[in-house]
Design a protein around this ligand. Structure first.
Ligand SMILES: Nc1ncnc2c1ncn2[C@@H]1O[C@H](COP(=O)(O)OP(=O)(O)OP(=O)(O)O)[C@@H](O)[C@H]1O
Length: 588
């Protein structure tokens, strides 16, 4: 919660006449500035005259006649807009006598683009911010209320042009039990971008009650409240921030006697002055300590601005003053009003709430889950089939669960046995597909391994073993290829040997004879080779391992003098053992 007094600023309307009745003293940046009016004593009032000659008022800042709209926006509206973007309510209201520049400050002048006032500049600032801040999703809605002769009208109502004012629906105030104000018949229109928001502003301004008065050629005869409702949410979050920015152009106070108006304008002036009087009463009540009752309900304007005055809002007032000699009294009165306003303390709260639609979805789910739990507890299982949509949702849930690398992740299916069973069926299909490549089951498929939990020691071990197995497989296939080549060489050598010894030819099939007995092998391995030209030989079979294990051949890995062949390569040396075992000389 932010406790803050209402910030007050003064703006002096430019005047063509040079005037010495006022002076602005700009003090240190933080100390603010003061505005002084000098009113010389009127000798006509007699010699004994204790009337004050100098009136000094302090403000956060005084904008003199040369101040530009840009400057006013930067100092007054921008900080308020920033707070609104942060989730706090904000109000800026302009107060002053008629023709002192309230509408010029709040809405702006129509002649030049640089004369744009606080409303269009703030809209531009807000939408620019929305597009630049990617951390949140923003939306804005706009309402425009007019209070004319104590009756509220919706300025954005399209029937304004065609209907008479009396035929338009009246905006009425409704209060809930928490004393929050709700406005019936006031439309709140969404505006997706700056252009749409400006169109709404122009539509409302065209519908405003304007009349020519002796003080102002286009005097606004009503109080107007332009409200921007900002809503923001971080993507994926269910917390919403809703804030309101009221930009208020009050109707100007005027001295009926001085301006000499009559008829309708007199009635308007009476209503305006009465509502400003009620506003003043509220301000006085708020600035007094220990005051229990604040008369908000006296007028529609104070009821609508209830939060802005002493409530959940950061409020700023701009007192517009005219420094023509004939307007000095009204200007002093405006400054006095501002000094009282500066005593009001507001307590602005961050307007965060849970998104009601998300809360409803969550509660519905909870109810469904409780119903299912109850059915499970009472033994009433649901018999009806799962819908296609439910099954798809379960499939997606299961997929997310299986793909999540987190070992602690759980699959929440609720107490509905149909869902649990469906998930098991899906899981079975998935496992079979993965391990057998068969999409739909058959009894011949082997029982799939139960996959270990990812990241567990068993799964690591399994992974290592699989890698080793793959490596061995690769080695084996290389060796098998080499074996084939060597076998060919052996065959050639044996053929050559046979032709050298007795002219017999050794066929390849001779090397694929049945296995030699252990005693035969022993004899083969102990025997010295016979001389080259010895008696005819017989070929016995030497078992070749179906999975070539060359350890069997290892004892022959050395060159033996007198052998027929010199091995060509290290593997060839091993193969020599094969020949050694396979070809036995006749003299055994
Ligand atoms: N700071 C300024 N610079 C230039 N022109 C100004 C300034 N302030 C006011 N004016 C001009 O003075 C005239 C009266 O101003 P404006 O209509 O804003 O007064 P007002 O306080 O809203 O009066 P009312 O209460 O009668 O509506 C307008 O023509 C406006 O353009």
């Amino acid at each position: 919660m932010v406790k803050q007094t209402i910030q007050i600023f003064a703006r002096v309307r430019p005047t063509k006449k040079t005037t010495s009745v006022y002076s602005v003293d700009d003090e240190e940046a933080k100390a603010g500035s003061s505005l002084e009016f000098v009113v010389p004593r009127d000798l006509a009032d007699g010699f004994i005259n204790n009337k004050k000659e100098s009136y000094v008022f302090r403000f956060q800042k005084v904008f003199d006649q040369e101040s530009k709209q840009e400057e006013v926006f930067e100092h007054i509206a921008k900080p308020v807009a920033d707070n609104v973007l942060g989730g706090y309510n904000g109000t800026i209201f302009a107060y002053g006598q008629t023709g002192s520049g309230k509408t010029f400050t709040i809405t702006g002048g129509a002649e030049r683009y640089s004369d744009r006032g606080i409303i269009p500049r703030t809209l531009s600032y807000l939408y620019q911010y929305f597009s630049q801040d990617s951390s949140k999703v923003y939306s804005a809605h706009i309402s425009y209320l007019e209070i004319y002769n104590e009756v509220g009208y919706d300025l954005l109502d399209p029937r304004h042009e065609a209907s008479r004012l009396e035929d338009l629906p009246k905006v009425t105030i409704m209060e809930d039990e928490d004393q929050n104000i709700h406005l019936k018949n006031l439309s709140i229109q969404q505006s997706a971008n700056e252009e749409e928001a400006l169109n709404l502003l122009f539509l409302g301004d065209t519908n405003r009650m304007i009349a020519e008065t002796p003080m102002n050629q286009a005097s606004t005869r009503s109080h107007c409240i332009f409200t921007v409702h900002v809503c923001s949410r971080e993507p994926g979050s269910s917390t919403l921030r809703r804030s309101k920015l009221h930009l208020v152009d009050l109707a100007g106070s005027e001295r009926v006697g001085k301006t000499g108006v009559g008829g309708l304008q007199l009635t308007e002036a009476k209503y305006i002055n009465l509502s400003l009087h009620y506003l003043e009463q509220v301000i006085i009540a708020l600035s007094e300590k220990n005051r229990s009752h604040i008369p908000y309900r006296n007028s529609m304007m104070t009821s609508v601005l209830r939060d802005s005055l002493g409530g959940n809002c950061m409020t700023t007032m701009i007192g517009t003053v005219s420094v023509d000699k004939r307007n000095i009294d009204e200007s002093i009165s405006t400054c006095r009003f501002a000094q009282r306003v500066a005593l009001i303390k507001n307590e602005a709260r961050l307007n965060e709430e849970l998104d009601p639609t998300l809360v409803i979805i969550r509660l519905k789910k909870e109810i469904q889950s409780l119903k299912e739990e109850l059915a499970l507890a009472t033994g009433e299982q649901r018999e009806d089939e799962l819908t296609e949509e439910e099954m798809q949702k379960l499939g997606q849930q299961l997929k997310t669960f299986l793909e999540d690398p987190d070992p602690d992740v759980t699959l929440d299916l609720g107490p509905d046995m149909r869902k649990i069973q469906h998930c098991f069926t899906l899981l079975k299909v998935m496992v079979r597909e993965k391990f057998t490549g068969v999409a739909d089951g058959g009894d011949s498929a082997p029982t799939p391994e139960v996959p270990s939990e990812p990241g567990s020691p068993q799964s690591e071990e399994l992974k290592k073993l699989r890698e080793m197995l793959q490596q061995r497989d690769n080695e084996i296939s290389v060796l098998v290829n080499m074996l084939k080549k060597e076998k060919k060489k052996v065959l050639d050598a044996a053929t050559q040997l046979a032709s050298v010894t007795s002219g017999h030819t050794l066929s390849q099939s001779a090397l694929q004879l049945p296995e030699a007995t252990p005693s035969e092998l022993a004899v083969i391995q102990d025997r010295e080779p016979a001389p080259r030209d010895s008696a005819p030989y017989t070929v016995h079979r030497r078992r070749e391992s179906s999975s070539p294990n060359f350890g069997v051949l290892a004892p022959c890995e050395q060159h033996i003098p007198g052998r027929l062949y010199e091995p060509q390569a290290s593997f060839g040396v091993s193969m020599w053992g094969c020949i050694n075992s396979a070809v036995r000389w006749n003299g055994r």
